[in-house]
Design a protein around this ligand. Structure first.
Ligand code: B12
Length: 212
């Protein structure tokens, strides 16, 4: 098996140590970081996402693969200019105000990074004005929000309104996720899309970024 294929298999196999070892080896042998990203790491993570959607893999396994991917990205980061590494677009992620659930949005953030997005994760309990401030500061393409409680699901609209008030709603796409979100709810509040899981979130972000 060639090196790129072995790295891909190690991502699928959740083998962090091996992913790091083989990524180092590949870089030492002169393999281009872009090639590592787009021919080994990302395709490996895509397969993990597909297996999760089919019920073959579960959340802890997806998390371990995502962490292996993140380790490899740390090795690639210093070599590649940010603009080369993150070509897909900029995403501001966060869990809305009053809500501290973050496991899902962490996975989404990692998968988005693996798919070439530059992700700024604001963490949990994020007020609307913080989202707006960061979108302005980074000139972001997409805002991704998570909410899990019936009560905090209402906060999605606050953020959308705050973006409108700041006059930047047209410049940024809004996607939502988490137990308080749904396709229907996204349409009701005027968000641009909903993702049921991390793979769906990546597909959605790619399609939204292409419309920017
Ligand atoms: C783990 C958990 C907790 C943990 C959170 C730990 C953490 N660091 O996140 C703790 C114990 C802290 C917790 C606390 C509470 N929880 Co809680 N919690 C859960 C639980 C069991 C799992 C959530 C989870 O992590 N799932 C695993 C991840 C991987 O999946 P996921 O989050 O769905 O994420 C995927 C997708 O949603 C999507 N996604 C996620 N974010 C985004 C964002 C975007 C933009 C996109 C596109 C996609 C996307 O992709 C992710 C990856 O595939 C849920 C039950 C449930 N079914 O959701 C209850 C649940 C959400 N909690 C609930 C409640 C009530 C609470 C508490 C109020 C309990 C209490 N009385 O204190 C507090 C609230 C605290 C607060 N203010 O937020 C209720 C909410 C009910 C409701 N309708 O309001 C639920 C539904 C449980 C239930 N059935 O009653 N909770």
């Amino acid at each position: 098996m060639d090196l790129l294929e072995s790295i891909k298999e190690s991502i699928i196999g959740m083998d962090r140590a091996k992913v790091v070892e083989l990524t180092r080896k590949a870089l030492a042998e002169g393999v281009k970081p872009e090639q590592l990203l787009y021919e080994a790491l990302t395709p490996g993570m895509d397969i993990v996402g597909e297996e999760y959607e089919k019920g073959i893999k579960f959340i802890p396994e997806m998390l371990m693969s995502a962490e292996a991917l993140r380790d490899a990205m740390e090795l690639l980061g210093p070599i590649l200019a940010k603009s080369e590494l993150y070509k897909a677009g900029k995403v501001i992620m966060g869990t809305v105000e009053g809500d501290i659930h973050d496991i899902g949005q962490q996975i989404v953030s990692m998968m988005l990074e693996g798919a070439g997005f530059e992700v700024y994760n604001l963490g949990v309990d994020v007020p609307a004005d913080k989202f707006v401030e960061k979108v302005k500061q980074e000139k972001a393409d997409i805002v991704g929000m998570s909410a899990f409680l019936s009560t905090t699901g209402l906060r999605f609209s606050d953020v959308i309104e705050a973006l409108q008030e700041a006059g930047i709603r047209e410049q940024v796409k809004v996607m939502i996720g988490g137990a308080a979100a749904s396709e229907k709810y996204a349409a009701t509040i005027g968000a641009d899309g909903y993702g049921a899981n991390a793979s769906a979130a990546v597909r959605l972000a790619k399609s939204l970024a292409s419309k920017q």
